[in-house]
Design a protein around this ligand. Structure first.
Ligand SMILES: NC(=O)C1=CN([C@@H]2O[C@H](COP(=O)(O)OP(=O)(O)OC[C@H]3O[C@@H](n4cnc5c(N)ncnc54)[C@H](OP(=O)(O)O)[C@@H]3O)[C@@H](O)[C@H]2O)C=CC1
Ligand SMILES: CC(=O)N[C@@H](CCC(=O)OP(=O)(O)O)C(=O)O
Length: 316
């Protein structure tokens, strides 16, 4: 059976990458809208209701409008925006969240694709909170760096196009200084944190690739977990997963640095537990492609699940 898929916002950064991942597949027929009609309500409504599955790659307001245009109850929706990531009636599209999530995604018609930073942070936090190694009440801080494609077409122009009104020659900057980044609510909810985490993101002068890290004072945490215990809990949680892997303590211990571009163009994420055993501190790190497991790759993984196809189709 061939499933009909419509990507609303297919000309954007996330939409284009999803399109590239789906093109050439014989189990999927891509429905397209004429570029000049891509913002016309009537044209979009027809495709939004005529597809088996749709992927929304739009700003939040446009994503909400698209959802309001759907009246065919059979249509399966994957939304890449922030609009529904903490909504109770939507399923969070991180298949590796816990043992039940994959089946929940497969059985849902409303799936919110996680934020890129949130994917890394939740991947590190959730298993440790679930295993009781990190109390949900712990004051968590999260630091991260992203390539500029994370800001979509406008940020790509800011860094690449000297004629863009916002063109910059900066090599690096921190941002989200009022501590109100849009990913914080989903990190808090799906990371099972009672306290709102402090999130300190930054962007560098490279296109794509992301590092998300959580430093911990292990000696202050009840039970004083060891680095090995953290590493074991992460490894156990992701055992058998194809797209999320955990470096062994030996591998992490032998490393002298980490390149944020290391998993570019893949749907993979790798987790590391850095530190010196016995020294009471840990630096937990997630490496992923903000446009891969952080966006388009995850969207295709969710599409495969919801259509009952091989979860890894079109993904590496
Ligand atoms: N970039 C990333 O790393 C990630 C992005 N996302 C999310 O995905 C969504 C899309 O982001 P991104 O691809 O980066 O953004 P882009 O700005 O690159 O693309 C957005 C696209 O949506 C189109 N669009 C805007 N409004 C409408 C509308 N009313 N009707 C139809 N099309 C519309 C835009 O058209 P036009 O071409 O005219 O501008 C553009 O093509 C956002 O919600 C973002 O938060 C999620 C994870 C990661
Ligand atoms: C570098 C940069 O600006 N990144 C974006 C986040 C990436 C993104 O688009 O967030 P979603 O995953 O929620 O769509 C930001 O911080 O707003």
């Amino acid at each position: 059976m061939v499933s009909k898929v419509f990507i609303d916002g297919e000309a954007g950064t996330t939409g284009l990458q999803i399109r590239q991942r789906l093109e050439g597949r014989d189990d999927i027929q891509l429905l397209s809208i004429a570029p000049e009609r891509r913002k016309e309500t009537a044209a979009r409504a027809e495709l939004l209701n005529g597809a088996d599955a749709i992927i929304l790659c739009l700003p939040d307001a446009a994503a909400k409008e698209a959802v309001s245009l759907i009246d065919n109850p059979a249509v399966k929706v994957i939304d890449a925006s922030t609009a529904y990531r903490t909504a109770a009636d939507w399923t969070y599209g991180f298949a590796e969240l816990d043992k039940a999530q994959r089946a929940k995604i497969a059985g849902s018609t409303r799936i919110s694709n996680p934020g890129c930073y949130a994917t890394g942070a939740i991947a590190l936090l959730r298993p440790l909170v679930s295993a009781g190694l990190l109390p949900g009440s712990w004051p968590v801080t999260i630091n991260a760096v992203s390539g500029y494609s994370g800001g979509g077409k406008s940020m790509i122009a800011e860094f690449e196009d000297p004629n863009a009104p916002n063109y910059t020659q900066e090599n690096f900057r921190i941002y989200a200084l009022p501590l109100q980044h849009k990913h914080v609510p989903e990190i808090q909810k799906h990371g099972q944190l009672e306290l709102r985490p402090i999130f300190a993101p930054s962007v560098g002068r490279y296109a794509q690739g992301m590092i998300v890290e959580i430093p911990l004072h292990l000696d202050l945490i009840p039970g004083k977990p060891s680095l090995a215990a953290l590493n074991e809990a992460l490894s156990a949680h992701y055992a058998g997963e194809r797209f999320v892997t955990v470096a062994s303590l030996a591998e992490s211990g032998a490393m002298t640095g980490l390149d944020p571009e290391g998993l570019n163009s893949t749907n993979r994420m790798k987790l590391f537990t850095f530190g010196t055993e016995g020294a009471g501190q840990a630096r937990l790190v997630a490496l992923l492609d903000n446009l891969g497991k952080g966006a388009s790759g995850a969207a295709v993984q969710n599409l495969n699940l919801v259509l009952g196809l091989d979860e890894a189709s079109g993904l590496s």
